[in-house]
Design a protein around this ligand. Structure first.
Ligand code: HSE
Length: 434
């Protein structure tokens, strides 16, 4: 059988990795796919002498690839929303299959892209868009197809996890660790996407859609980053037996879907609490299978290329199959997506860690307990530290049972109005993941 012809748009970290893996493992990949996969053209803005591109046509015009009649599959690795969207839609219109690692593109424009691909009978594969080399999309979409998924919780931003791990283990400063993640090629072009949780929210949006069979709704995800976390809270959490991780949580409830990304206390005995550095991990709870955990490199050149190439093999295997009988883009048939609402954060339910900086007076604890009990908030544990020398305040740390965010907002407002409470109350959500 003739080899399938591929064009790669972008020869950066992932593009270069994809090219190298395809070349190095060509024979093994052909044995899996049933035919060869040949890169015939690459679009790159600058020459990259580090890659042996002899025999491959190079261009700086990405649209030359989608207009090249020889090419069957376009691999989009340029990132961003605008040009990438134009490129992918044009490729689909020209009858080409698409493989992409672009989570922002899929999370924000995926509904439009999939509808267009469906109409044209082409495939858009996006395994590399979530958790790099971990085949978590395949696991949920195919491996767990028997299950009603209850929740998904994941460490899905390697840069953020690296920063939190280094802060906890080595006491390093935030900016110093971020600079290292950038130098290692893990951070996004705009690192605020990593530290403000936007990158994780893109990935969670995709996971939620394939877990619950709902359209992609990135604009409804609640997103809180890690920039406000302090070493003090990391240490207090540890004294209580928890680790703080930046977690994406998508949970099915009777009222709708919770879709939220935020720093989270996780009991230290959970495997996922021990996922450190740039590694990613995703837990999925299904009604039949129970808890499952997927772990691996969530970023990096060849780990991400591993997912891109696996998608290429998948596309090649099913290119000749009836378009209506392929694995649906969002796991559920396009006309069977559900309209369950995404819940606003105020309606989500969580346990909470609170840190209150209080004056060292008799009766403060009683006032705090009264505010919480009046709102039906049950305290699970409480820890009061010694008076801090610099300001004479006493850090009071509480863990609560589950309560709606709305009630907690209300309680925090009341706590901050107490004369004996100084400054803002720190709130970090807690997940037990059982
Ligand atoms: N910036 C991302 C991360 C890269 O740190 O996880 C992979 O999507």
């Amino acid at each position: 059988m003739k080899p399938v012809k591929v064009g790669i748009c972008g020869l950066g970290t992932v593009g270069g990795g994809t090219f190298n893996v395809l070349k190095r493992n060509a024979a093994e990949i052909a044995r899996r796919a049933g035919r060869g996969i040949e890169v015939v053209q690459i679009a790159t803005r600058s020459p990259k002498p580090e890659y042996d591109t002899q025999g491959v046509a190079l261009t700086n015009d990405i649209f030359a690839l989608v207009n090249n009649p020889e090419i069957d599959i376009i691999v989009e690795l340029i990132g961003g929303y605008t040009l990438a969207l134009e490129l992918v839609l044009k490729a689909i219109d020209n009858g080409k299959h698409v493989v992409t690692a672009n989570k922002a593109l899929i999370a924000v424009h995926g509904n439009e892209i999939f509808a267009r691909a469906q109409a044209k009978g082409v495939m858009v594969a996006f395994e590399a868009s979530v958790a790099g080399g971990i085949p978590v999309i395949k696991a949920i979409r195919e491996g767990l197809a028997a299950n009603r998924i209850n929740w998904v919780a994941g460490i899905i931003n390697g840069t953020g996890n690296f920063i939190l791990s280094e802060m906890r283990e080595k006491g390093r400063a935030f900016d110093d660790v971020l600079a290292e993640a950038q130098a290692l090629g893990y951070a996004e072009a705009d690192p605020t996407f990593d530290v403000e949780g936007i990158d994780a929210a893109h990935k969670l949006t995709i996971l939620a859609s394939i877990a619950f069979g709902i359209p992609l709704q990135f604009d409804k995800a609640f997103t809180e980053g890690i920039t406000q976390l302090t070493t003090a809270d990391v240490n207090y959490a540890e004294q209580l037996g928890y680790r703080i991780k930046h977690l994406g949580v998508a949970r099915r409830t009777e009222d709708g879907i919770e879709l939220r990304v935020h720093p989270t206390l996780i009991p230290e005995e959970r495997l996922i609490a021990n996922v450190n550095g740039v590694m990613n991990a995703v837990m999925v709870n299904g009604d039949a299978v129970g808890n499952t955990l997927y772990y691996g490199a969530g970023a990096g050149q060849e780990p991400t290329a591993s997912a891109v190439v696996a998608d290429l093999v998948d596309v090649v295997r099913t290119m000749t199959s009836d378009a209506g009988n392929r694995v649906p883009h969002l796991a559920f048939q396009a006309d069977s997506l559900s309209d369950q609402p995404i819940l606003p954060i105020a309606a989500c339910e969580c346990a909470y860690y609170l840190r209150i900086q209080a004056k060292d007076h008799p009766g403060v604890l009683a006032q705090v307990a009264k505010i919480l009990s009046e709102r039906g908030i049950n305290i699970e544990s409480i820890m009061q530290k010694e008076v801090e020398e610099q300001d004479g305040l006493v850090p009071m740390i509480l863990l609560t049972h589950e309560v709606t965010e709305q009630k907690m907002d209300d309680a925090i407002t009341a706590l901050q109005q107490l004369d004996d409470v100084s400054g803002a109350v720190v709130r970090i959500r807690v997940e037990h993941l059982i």
